[in-house]
Design a protein around this ligand. Sequence first.
Ligand SMILES: Cc1ncc(COP(=O)(O)O)c(C=O)c1O
Length: 399
Amino acid sequence: MNPTSPDPEATLLRNPLFDRGRRWPDADPAVWAFHRRMPAYRATTLFDCPDLARRYGVGRVLVKAETQRLGLPSFKILGASWATYRALCDHLGFEPEPWANINDLARRLNYLKPFGLAAATDGNHGRAVAFMARLLGFYCHIFVPAGTVPARIHAIQNEGAQVTVVDGDYDAAVARSAEEAGDRCLVISDTSWPGYDVTPRRVVEGYTTIFMEIDQALGAAGAAQPDVVMVPMGVGAFMSAAVSHYRSRPWSGALLGVEPADANCIQVSARAGSMVPVPGPHRSIMVGLNCGLPSPVAWPRVSTGVDWMLSIGDERARQGMRELADSGVVAGETGAAALGALAALHGDATTAEFREAGLLGPDKTVLLIVTEGATDRGNYQAVVGRPPEEIGTILTLAR
Ligand SMILES: Cc1ncc(COP(=O)(O)O)c(C=O)c1O
């Protein structure tokens, strides 16, 4: 498929459950304050991409690049770190304050050992939990679905975690990880199940730091709020953080969620009026989005707070990777989904309703959340034609 040809797999839905009047509470400032105490914390970059704006006929394309976050190549550490910390506080029954940095915290928690963390993952969340366990000196056991690419498994092992490949899909890995919970092991899942929803809510809270940073950068640059915000959706936890932020205040813009064509459980659920599964196998290269059921914790916000839902085929993700590389942003397959969505919205016949709603045009600012960097180097090079290190040029709106 060439970049301007239509995506045969694209489907657009104007969310029938959207409720513009509904307000959700915004982030707890304690979350951002916590992340500022993490090693090597700095706000990720908000890129200004005039080439993309020209190509897609909009005033401005901003890219919030979660391609390097606290030393990891995706935003997931924000949720995993905050959720781990809060789960530890619950386990202890108090907050282990005061601590100035993570080494300090690790020392305070030393007496708990041997102590561990467990999680299921399709890659990024598990690596983030493993990273957190390493910082705290805990052991870690991560469960991955069959077929997880070796590069992702090795990245988790390199954080010092034991990795078990479960004979089944992501949901089977989640079920297996839940069995690890005990006095000496906390399960840090970003997906909820009956009786387990506190930690997944904390994971969502952790993601809100991204939106606080975006507002800070826009404010520092004297730039207006975006008109459209495009966010990738797997189980919807990340989108749920976007809803908390943008639907906590009067905002005239639109939130659009993007999913892979064969794992579009949020769009299918919104169409059906309640959560319904989309059975696998889910084989998209946007692996972080290969989910067959929305998270029950995320669903109330996502179902009422997202204006538009779009499913795209893998070729759009590849196109997004290449075009982001041309703008100096290293985005992996899942990370490029938001730009893939903008490409599908630009000219496809199936997405005309979006254009007719007046959401794209020379006076509009589109914000794309790029949620991961090159997590699979081999495939990155195969798609983009260059290794990640060769991608350069940075036009920064503000840091
Ligand atoms: C890189 C990346 N982007 C987006 C998502 C989607 O997040 P959620 O499952 O919370 O919708 C994931 C989930 O694993 C991910 O790894």
